[in-house]
Ligand binder design. Structure first.
Ligand code: UDP
Length: 160
């Protein structure tokens, strides 16, 4: 049995990054991109998009029963966002590490070099998104970028 782990040695993985409305309107884009590139990621695709309520609700469907959901949708639709596919080896874990904890207020104390510490404000307005697993990354990339299936998916298909 051959295993096609995307995190295997030397193999690139993809993840999704989003500069949220507060990050874009606060003009943090260039600084964030500098950190991304200096950290060895390749930005393979990007686009600026204004989400409507339905888009944001679909993207964050897993949180639909949470008390913060309505505020989250309002926040994510308050202005355009910049969506990026980021690639490098072990991209999901590295990107989560680089953005820091969800609560940007706490990140300023515990993870002062993280992106959320740099441009976020609090538990909601944390300026940036990162997929939390390989599966989430592929789902989120497909959500924003209609594209041919990844090489990995094609290889898996060919194996069947
Ligand atoms: N969020 C919020 N209140 C909370 C938790 C999360 O407003 O108590 C927002 C915040 O913007 C966060 C997003 O909802 O980034 C998604 O939450 P999740 O728990 O998935 O955190 P993340 O994976 O983004 O760190």
């Amino acid at each position: 049995l051959r295993c096609y782990s995307s995190t295997g040695r030397g193999e690139k993985e993809r993840t999704l990054g989003i500069i949220k409305p507060d990050g874009l309107s606060g003009n943090y884009t260039n600084r964030i991109k500098q950190v991304i590139l200096e950290s060895g990621f390749e930005i393979s695709k990007e686009m600026v998009i204004q989400l409507d309520e339905q888009d944001a609700a679909n993207f964050y469907a897993e949180h639909s029963s949470k008390i913060f959901f309505t505020d989250l949708i309002r926040y994510m639709t308050s202005g355009p966002v910049l969506v990026m596919i980021l690639e490098k080896e072990d991209a999901v874990a590295h990107w989560r590490n680089l953005i820091g904890p969800t609560d940007a207020g706490k990140a300023k104390i515990t993870h002062p070099h993280s992106i959320r510490a740099m441009c976020g404000i609090d538990l909601e307005k944390n300026c940036i998104h990162g997929s939390d697993s390989h599966q989430s990354a592929e789902r989120e990339i497909a959500f924003f970028f209609k594209e041919a299936p990844s090489d990995e998916a094609v290889r898996k298909h060919d194996e069947l």
